[in-house]
Write a protein that binds this ligand. Structure first.
Ligand SMILES: [Zn+2]
Length: 146
């Protein structure tokens, strides 16, 4: 008898015989080595199929939950943010440092694709902030000369 056979299982979905590593641990399943009946690959497909088939239902349920608990969630997030202000800003800083290059690239790409719109926005911004810019330049020069 091949001892390896004991550690193999047939997936109930794709019907393939696979080693036990290919099946997730399922504590409810006390038979068959306490593993799921479908292999990991099939589980991923199943989950994805479930999501796509029930996407509307899932989204509606999620939205309903959010609507129902809007106030609690708002308060919860507010408290969470306040409690973790330092941690969150540190995390954001770390995230930025880690993704600096990617962000820069994305911004450049965005500017490249939206060149006209960016230039226009820039122009409008400069018109709207004419006074501020002039003051800033004056201040800048003053500091440089000092
Ligand atoms: Zn399978």
């Amino acid at each position: 008898m091949d001892p390896k056979k004991i550690y193999e299982k047939v997936c109930s979905r794709c019907g393939e015989r696979k080693s036990i590593d290919n099946f997730s641990v399922d504590k409810r399943n006390t038979l068959k080595f306490g593993r799921t009946n479908t292999c990991k690959v099939c589980r991923v497909i199943e989950n994805r199929e479930y999501y796509y088939k029930n996407r509307d239902k899932i989204l509606i349920r999620f939205k309903k939950y959010r609507d129902k608990h809007r106030r609690e969630l708002k308060i919860y997030y507010k408290i969470y943010r306040e409690k973790n202000r330092e941690k969150l800003s540190k995390l954001a800083g770390e995230w930025y440092q880690k993704n600096k290059e990617a962000i820069k690239k994305r911004n450049l790409k965005y500017i490249e694709v939206n060149k006209e719109a960016c230039l226009e926005r820039n122009r409008l911004w400069r018109i709207r902030n004419k006074e501020k810019i002039r003051e800033y330049n004056r201040e800048y020069r003053r500091r440089k000369e000092a």
